[in-house]
Design a protein around this ligand. Structure first.
Ligand code: SF4
Ligand code: SF4
Length: 386
């Protein structure tokens, strides 16, 4: 596709990241691949494909774009939109088997929450290698003979990513909010927008510094929107309330009606920006998800130290002792309950335990995927595999 299309995708996805955007599925030849060249698979979220193509531009290889319904790899795999079936389908229909001599395919690590390595290997002659979390690390990964460093396995939330998230939240709210405020309160439009953008940038820029202090958000009911009203939000709210109070008390033109209007506006803006704040980041579990309180549990009697758990965990929760053939959960508190370790452990040695201590069957995690409200529903892709 053209340069202009790539630019459109980059701009569009920067502004409207929450909406799917599909790329054509199929096979892409990068440079001059031959019969020994590596084969990569990714989902068909347009931005992902552009980033992966960019990362692969120095290699001779094949890129298979599978149908993730225009959703990014992690969300697609976790939500049951990028499935084992989709990967099997692109492997079988693209004709790649006739183009290469080997049967190794590199999948993005974050797809491990939804794509079952065991199933792919049982249903086809292909062997899966989990690639790095970020496409930019692929050339280094190939140079390291297809092995990942610890950093290549880890999700991060860099300053740039935080700025992107601030824009993603602020933009729609600013458009919708401006339509309402512009109608009822036109002279305050500029200030209203400054408030939205300023608070969004503040909230996301400082997120890693206060993430541990965020208490569980406010649920109005089990299925309604949650607000991760955190210490930063509370502090900003308190501060601005004091300023508004001073204005109302000491500035003659600022009447109590203004105080009330701004207090309500500020509260709405703050609540909106902190809506599912944790869920908008890769380093904390959405408070909407019922699984936010469950813990991983490793059964050492079953574990044989194969190491798939460490290979797919994006939060460095595991260490594997290659001498004693066993794994250890070393950073349980960092777990974001993505389920990748459970889906991939061939011996079912890892399970989730809920708050009552009950075990959640690994098959449940494999076959039921998280919907937007954080509930596990049957994975449509899994049922198609025969
Ligand atoms: S927990 Fe499972 S995947 Fe991890 S090392 Fe043990 S057997 Fe392997
Ligand atoms: S330990 Fe937690 S974060 Fe790591 S793969 Fe398992 S569920 Fe995901």
């Amino acid at each position: 596709m053209s340069f202009f299309y790539d630019v459109f995708v980059i701009v569009y996805t920067f502004l409207f990241r929450m909406f799917p955007l599909s790329y054509k599925t199929g096979i892409i030849r990068i440079n001059h691949p031959d019969r020994d060249s590596p084969v990569f698979v990714t989902g068909n979220y347009a931005l992902t494909v552009i980033r992966v193509k960019q990362a692969l531009k120095t290699l001779n290889c094949f890129l298979l774009v599978a149908n993730s319904k225009g959703i990014n790899v992690w969300c697609g795999a976790t939500g049951g939109h990028f499935t084992t079936h989709d990967v099997l389908s692109i492997l079988k229909t693209s004709g790649i088997a006739e183009m290469v001599n080997h049967r190794k395919v590199i999948l993005p690590q974050l797809a491990a929450t939804g794509i079952e390595m065991k199933e792919i290997e049982r249903e086809s002659s292909w062997k899966i290698v989990w690639g790095p979390v970020y496409a930019k690390d692929i050339p280094k990964f190939i140079e390291n003979e297809w092995t990942k460093t610890d950093n290549m396995r880890k999700v991060t939330f860099t300053f740039i990513q935080r700025i992107e998230m601030a824009v993603i939240w602020a933009l729609p709210f600013s458009i919708i909010g401006s339509l309402i405020v512009g109608f009822i309160w036109p002279n305050m439009l500029l200030l209203f927008n400054a408030l939205i953008w300023g608070l969004a940038f503040l909230t996301y820029t400082f997120f890693p510094y206060y993430v541990k202090q965020i208490p569980k958000g406010f649920h109005f009911s089990k299925y309604t929107i949650l607000f991760d009203f955190n210490f930063l939000t509370f502090f900003i709210w308190l501060l601005t309330e004091i300023v508004l109070l001073c204005l109302a008390l000491f500035v003659p033109g600022f009447v109590w009606q203004d105080f009330l209007q701004w207090s309500v506006t500020l509260l709405i803006v703050l609540l909106f920006i902190s809506m599912d704040l944790k869920g908008s980041t890769p380093i904390a579990k959405s408070g909407l998800h019922e699984e936010g309180t469950i813990k991983i549990n490793l059964d050492l009697d079953k574990c044989k130290g194969i190491g798939s758990c460490k290979e797919v965990c994006p939060r460095e929760c595991f260490e594997v002792d290659k001498i004693n053939h066993t794994a250890k959960v070393v950073r349980a508190s960092q777990c974001v309950q993505c389920g990748a370790c459970i889906v991939q452990c061939p011996l079912d040695a890892i399970v989730f335990r809920n708050i009552k201590g009950e075990i959640i069957n690994p098959e449940m995690i494999r076959k039921y995927k998280l919907n937007l409200l954080g509930k596990r529903v049957e994975d449509p892709g899994a049922t198609k595999i025969t």
